[in-house]
Design a protein around this ligand. Structure first.
Ligand code: FES
Length: 100
């Protein structure tokens, strides 16, 4: 198992984190941090720069919304494949992402 610690993000913002060869998108939605693979399950486009609202991120390419909690796609059914999510542990000064 590997993990990385980073600074907390501002609400509705995101940051790409490289860890163990994976590109992970750390997001803050409604004050809670989530980590999701930075690759859409529709056509593999990066999810970075996607709009983050209410626990979801929208893929910038075709707009599929994914739950930041589960990675499940919602709404427009261009894909039914979830995006991988990662465990996040946060405290007041840092956010840790775990990869198993
Ligand atoms: S590549 Fe993300 S919705 Fe099509």
């Amino acid at each position: 198992m590997n993990e990385v610690a980073v600074e907390p993000l501002a609400e509705n913002s995101s940051q790409v984190i490289g860890l163990d060869g994976y590109s992970i998108l750390l997001c803050n939605s409604a004050g809670k941090h989530y980590a999701i693979a930075n690759q859409c399950s529709h056509q593999d486009s990066p999810l970075e720069k996607g709009r983050i609202r209410n626990g979801y991120i929208s893929c910038p390419l075709h707009g599929v919304r994914f739950s930041l909690e589960t990675g499940e796609p919602m709404g427009v059914q261009l894909t039914r494949v979830p995006v991988k999510t990662y465990e996040v542990i946060e405290d007041q000064s840092s956010v840790r992402i775990k990869i198993e």
